[in-house]
Ligand binder design. Structure first.
Ligand code: BTN
Length: 234
């Protein structure tokens, strides 16, 4: 494991993608990013004070790609556990991989596959407090507590926690992890809108299922969702 630190970089995920001879848990940390990338091609606001980092995980050939579809959930849960330990605050897990604090987004994950490697990019709002047009939707540890936190400490805690949860996952303890996650399921009981490619539906979110999908009650029907955007109805 090597650690690469930058004041500014375009994107920590991109750096790892271009790195030759990548090793397990190679870690890239940046204070700011000029081209931070979010999921679905979104831009990720990368202000100083946030935890912006990516690390490398080699694919384990014993684990199927169907199983690996659950990896973002395992990562999101690891962030939640680490952040709770550091702050003492209660967090919720928003399927598929975000951590929510007091109803607002605290962290996001971008997992990319490059050959036999997963590049796991994480953005956590730690000491940054300005979210511009996203002020109603995002928050940080500092915004909620008034305290400053050590960004490195948060990053290393997240990786430590990920190693614990990933080992449980590899050791086939997914059903136990899932039970725990369903106790902190942010979407449970909330009215959600599902915006798919072909259709737009509304329903009430239920549990996260063994498959990693989310169950949603739509009228008399229970359906399972994997892809497609889930919005919470206001
Ligand atoms: C999301 O859309 O919620 C995922 C955001 C992921 C952002 C992180 S910040 C560090 C890493 N580098 C990037 O360019 N993106 C990820």
């Amino acid at each position: 494991m090597r650690i690469f630190k930058f004041d500014t970089i375009d994107s920590t995920n991109k750096f790892l993608k271009n790195l030759k001879d990548r090793e397990e848990y190679d870690l890239v940390i940046a204070k700011t990013q000029s081209a931070g990338r979010g999921r679905r091609g979104n831009v990720w606001l990368s202000e100083e004070g946030a935890g912006l980092f990516s690390f490398m995980l080699k694919e384990d050939k014993e684990i199927s790609m169907d199983e690996y579809a659950k990896l973002p959930i395992v990562i999101g849960y690891s962030i939640l556990k680490a952040m709770e330990k550091i702050s003492g605050l209660k967090m919720l897990f928003k399927w598929t991989n975000d951590v929510y604090l007091n109803g607002k987004k605290l962290s996001g994950i971008l997992v990319e596959k490059d050959g036999d490697n997963f590049i796991i990019g994480i953005g956590i709002n730690i000491n940054n407090t300005e979210f511009f047009e996203l002020n109603d939707f995002a928050t940080s540890l500092k915004k909620e507590t008034g305290n400053d936190y050590s960004i490195d400490e948060v990053i290393f805690k997240v990786i430590e926690e990920f190693k614990i949860q990933y080992e449980r996952f590899v050791n086939k303890e997914w059903d136990i992890i899932l039970k725990e996650i369903n106790t902190v399921n942010y979407l449970f009981g909330k009215r959600v809108k599902i915006v798919g490619i072909k259709e737009e539906l509304e329903g009430i979110a239920g549990d996260i299922l063994e498959s990693g999908k989310l169950e949603i009650y739509i009228g008399q029907e229970t359906r399972e969702f994997n892809i497609g955007e889930i919005h919470i109805c206001k």
